[in-house]
Write a protein that binds this ligand. Structure first.
Ligand code: GLN
Ligand code: ZN
Length: 800
């Protein structure tokens, strides 16, 4: 059965190649009657591509440059080579439109801030542009960096542009024009990609009393107008403006703003054809708003929120004259596309648009470069996967099927069917015992005893003072630890030798904590490379890649494990380390585990069952580990959920269901212990306002939570939802090398005591200490313990 694309209704809506550019920001209306169509429609593309290099070349180059080992010329040469290779790879694979300007030395939002002249005043006296760029990215002795935060619900982190009252936007097109020029000279059908004005402003923050940045939209549109003119003059036939903010609820006016902005930009006479890319979810009402503007192409994510998106596409008649850029190939997960299913989604859309171009759901910067180096994966698992390069091939295959019919790609479809069948039937995907155990536990409920009874039982067992002091888990990952790990991995030292060295680290950390006088100790996590990877490597149902790096921020890359099957625990994972640490001290040592939501958030997760089911399977493994720790005599167990807020769906309507299963999984993990076993959790990396009720519902006995930078506001929020368990609001920011003084931490504690009685207040830093030096940690914790003693003594004199 062949599928044919109906004849293109491609016509006067497409803006012509420019006839001379308008003056800066000028908005001459196009004379549609005279339009000559010169921007060719495209049929196969990707929304964006990775830039760190297939072997993390850019990481090495930038870090070398920062350390003074690499010259600027060498750094620039690495960048140019990575761009050239990426573009020729994409075009060579058969894409007829290739995104450019997706390269970045650090971050695309920082690039956009440079492009638009939205830089804070504190860097204006740094003359050199690259110095200024890295100063804002990383900070230096004189200049604080921009804040960093998560890019939507991905694991990428962007720099938050600051809009000051004095900010005057001004175009600085050097980077985008030079990348466009490079690509055109290379013969690439280049489509420059730039963050769109709505997303740029909604993700920026107003500082120094400047109101919400989105209020500056009208000032920004002329800058984009000027940019489009320059791009057209430089030979760009297309431009892609990224507007992922349109899939969120952060701004109720967003659809109306999208209509206004793209009417204005679409009406320019001198511009390339415009592709507005939405991704990470269903654009909702913004889709119709965009479709009513003169833009030529609209991108929709047909993986995240696919059903809603398909339904709205069919209902928007104005799409009929446009290119629908259909993101059917998942840009942020690693599974091979089911080609037949993707065609079933695409074919009905052919009636809704002039052209359906096949694309990835979002930039492939969220997946590794290529499966090629992954020779360590078993054959079957490998056949179920597609990384960045393989996804490009899928896009090209699907575009060909739309053009020439399914028969033209029958071989590829058969291979995809076979992979899908092999995955469905693989025994590793169905562990009946795990599923039955979860059903049983859920049947009998995942509740712990009454909080008051738990508190009494724990007090009787632990005998802790008021305002107990503790830390979040990790101690500095010293060069010695990293060296030992590398030596073990390369076979240079035996497992026994490695275990011996780690035990020595644990003994050192226990001794340090005893000396400092902390009340609840930790083993320091020296044996963990990463708090998720460590568990993924030991659980059935996970696989690790050799070279599956993705950018987390700047030069930092992570290698998320692949959760492909039913998860089960085959052996205790932490008991030996924790009981060893406990054997060295009379003080309680916390068992330290990562929670189910965080393990999912930092892995590539299976897409063949609801996330809630996968979460419960991970939770069951953690539950068994907790019971083993308890049986070994460990009295306090911490289950970290720093990513709880991260996975929160972008649309409010979906948040309730997420929180229900996330809380359910945490409770499944932690509800089996006796009243006298104390469960802690730890949360960080975000504002918690939106999930405060959920934090209370986790029902941990003690919740340590990042608070140093938000000044304890979180305590009032917890009170307002009736939370009555104990809380450890972080009293100092571990992200800074600064050693906090006793006085300021005592001050924080006194502030906390206004919201919380001493019996419920714990004293701890904001987060784990693994990125700090031993000296910083020793000095900071010494002051922290002193602050706790000072406030404890005062609280004893005047009990509330
Ligand atoms: N226990 C972990 C640590 O201390 C928690 C890390 C985190 O919150 N990201 O390192
Ligand atoms: Zn943390």
């Amino acid at each position: 059965m062949g599928v044919r694309l109906e004849a293109l209704r491609w016509g006067t809506r497409c803006t012509p190649r420019p006839v001379g550019r308008t003056s800066s920001g000028g908005e001459r209306l196009a004379d549609r009657e005279d339009d000559i169509v010169t921007a060719p429609p495209f049929t196969a593309t990707v929304a964006g591509s990775p830039r760190i290099g297939p072997k993390r070349e850019l990481k090495r180059a930038t870090e070398g440059y920062w350390a003074g080992r690499t010259s600027r010329a060498e750094l620039e040469a690495v960048g140019a080579t990575l761009r050239r290779d990426m573009w020729s790879g994409l075009a060579g694979a058969g894409l007829d439109s290739v995104p450019v300007n997706t390269f970045s030395y650090y971050d695309q939002m920082l690039d956009a801030a440079f492009l638009l002249g939205a830089l804070p005043q504190r860097v204006t006296n740094i003359g050199d542009e690259l110095d200024r760029y890295f100063a804002l990215a990383r900070g230096n002795d004189d200049v604080a960096p921009l804040e960093m935060t998560k890019w939507f619900d991905t694991n990428y982190h962007y720099l938050v542009p600051e809009i000051e009252p004095a900010t005057r936007f001004a175009l600085n097109p050097r980077k985008v024009l030079s990348e466009l020029g490079e690509a055109l000279r290379q013969g690439i059908p280049a489509r420059p990609v730039v963050i769109g004005p709505i997303t740029f402003l909604l993700l920026s923050k107003g500082v120094e009393g400047a109101g919400p940045p989105i209020g500056r939209l009208d000032e920004l549109v002329p800058v984009y107008s000027e940019l489009l003119g320059l791009l057209a003059d430089a030979g760009a036939q297309w431009v892609q403006l990224d507007e992922p903010a349109l899939v969120t609820d952060i701004c109720p006016d967003a659809p109306a703003l999208a209509g206004r902005v793209y009417d204005a930009l679409g009406s320019l006479s001198t511009r390339p054809a415009i592709h507005v890319a939405t991704y990470f979810g269903d654009p909702g009402p913004s889709l119709a708003a965009l479709a009513r503007t003169p833009v030529e192409a609209i991108g929709v994510d047909l993986v995240a929120g696919a059903d809603a998106a398909v339904a709205s596409i069919v209902e928007v008649p104005e799409l009929a004259g446009k290119i629908l850029v259909a993101g059917v190939v998942d840009g942020r997960n690693v599974w091979r596309t089911d080609l037949a299913a993707a065609l079933d989604t695409l074919v009905p859309l052919l009636n809704s648009a002039a052209t359906v171009a096949v694309s990835t759901s979002c930039s492939t910067m969220h997946v590794p470069y290529s499966l090629e180096p992954e020779t360590g994966l078993d054959e079957k698992l490998r056949s179920w996967l597609a990384f960045g390069q393989e996804k490009v091939t899928e896009v090209v295959t699907l575009a060909r099927a739309l053009r020439d019919g399914r028969d033209a790609v029958a071989g590829q479809i058969a291979a995809s069917d076979a992979a899908a069948a092999s995955r469905r039937e693989d025994p590793r995907l169905h562990n009946d015992r795990v599923r039955a155990r979860i059903a049983d536990i859920l049947d009998s409920g995942v509740h712990r005893g009454e909080p008051a009874r738990r508190r009494a039982a724990q007090d009787a067992r632990l005998h802790l003072p008021p305002l107990p002091t503790t830390t979040i888990g990790s101690y500095p990952q010293t060069p010695a630890i990293r060296k030992a790990r590398a030596a073990f991995r390369s076979g240079e030292i035996t497992e026994d030798e490695y275990v011996g060295r780690m035990k020595q680290e644990i003994a050192d950390v226990i001794e340090l904590q005893e000396q400092l006088g902390l009340d609840v100790l930790v083993h320091g996590e020296p044996e963990r490379n990463d708090m998720v990877q460590y568990f993924a490597e030991q659980l059935a149902g996970f696989a690790a890649t050799r070279n599956g790096w993705v950018q987390s921020y700047g030069s930092r890359c992570v290698r998320p494990p692949i959760l492909y099957g039913d998860v089960s625990r085959t052996h205790p994972m932490t008991v030996e380390w924790i009981t060893y640490a406990q054997s060295l001290t009379d003080k309680p040592v916390k068992g330290m585990l990562t929670g189910p939501v965080t393990i999912l958030a930092w892995s590539f997760v299976r897409d063949d069952q609801p996330l809630a089911e996968t979460a419960n399977q991970v939770a069951l493994a953690i539950r068994d580990e907790i019971l083993d720790l308890e049986a070994a005599g460990i009295s306090i167990i911490q289950v970290d959920e720093p990513a709880l807020r991260e996975l929160l769906p972008l649309r409010r309507a979906a948040q309730g269901e997420y929180l229900r299963w996330a809380i359910g999984a945490f409770r499944l993990a932690t509800s089996a212990v006796a009243d006298s076993t104390q469960i802690h959790t730890h949360l960080c990396y975000s504002e918690f306002g939106e999930v405060i009720g959920a934090i209370a519902d986790l029902d941990a006995d003690v919740t340590s939570i990042e608070a140093a930078r938000s000044h304890m506001e979180v305590l009032g929020d917890l009170n307002s939802v009736g939370f009555a368990n104990s809380v450890g609001p972080g009293v100092y920011d571990i992200h800074s090398p600064r050693v906090p003084g006793t006085g300021e931490m005592a001050e924080s504690l006194r502030a906390a005591l206004k919201a919380l009685p001493a019996q419920r207040l714990w004293v701890n830093p904001d987060c784990g200490l693994k990125t700090r030096s031993v000296d910083e940690v020793t000095a900071s914790l010494r002051n922290m313990v002193a602050a706790a003693h000072e406030v404890r003594a005062a609280a004893a004199r005047s009990p509330r």
